[in-house]
Design a protein around this ligand. Sequence first.
Ligand code: GUN
Length: 286
Amino acid sequence: MTAQILDGKRVAAECRRRIHTQVEQRVSRGARPPGLAVVLVGNDAASEVYVNAKRRDCQEVGFHSIVERVPATITQAELEARVAALNATPEIDGILVQLPLPKHIDADRITDRIDPAKDVDGFHPYNIGRLALRRPALPPCTSKGVMLLLDSTGVDYLGARATVIGASNHVGRPMALELLRVGCTVEVAHKFTRDTAACTKEADILISAVGRPGLVAGDWIKPGAIVIDVGITRDLQGRLHGDVDFERAAKVAAWITPVPGGVGPMTRAALMLNTLQAASRASDRG
Ligand code: GUN
């Protein structure tokens, strides 16, 4: 078998086109465009790249966007005050505080301060709770983006065996909740799992979100599985690597995501979708 490529770049571009159309319709009704505020603390090089990409996406879909740059020396109280000010800004529908944050900042307390209705990252306990209760409001972007990719394969979720490797708060756990919500039988492998390969070999859907190149070997994959690689590791030459041994896995799987060009663009597309949804709900509330 040679796997079909799950092209996140293409699916994300389609998604942005649909969002752009909806923004045009919104604006033609006399509503303002959705607004996204990104708060960038310090000058981490990788964060600069991510934030610039989000800005370009906003421009393409017709959103109003601002980037608030604050020094790495900002205090917890000052950053919380920035978030409070954005919570109170009517033309801002979505707030994203770019991670990682400097060590002296408690990131959880910052997340807790974002108005859940503007939490387009989907990291606030309210939004994770909504997802766990099968009533998603603004779900986390990476797992939402992965679900859009899975949907594009036409997979039948009901009773499918899904394995998620990685149990992080921002990716692995919400991913497991999304898969459970649509009817999969879900297993989560994590750093204390004794035999991860035993968890993957029966998986119809395999999602790896660890950040360790080569972790998922070709013989870990069930023939005909859908393999989604969320891991991204940059080597010393600046090249990106996923968790999955792509060459070997592609010989066994039915579908597989490339790195780069798989999950990354879908995470950003999901952020645009969440921002549009937040804006629509804000309009509905008047
Ligand atoms: N840093 C890297 N990815 C993300 C993301 O999805 N959200 C936030 N807030 N920070 C990030």
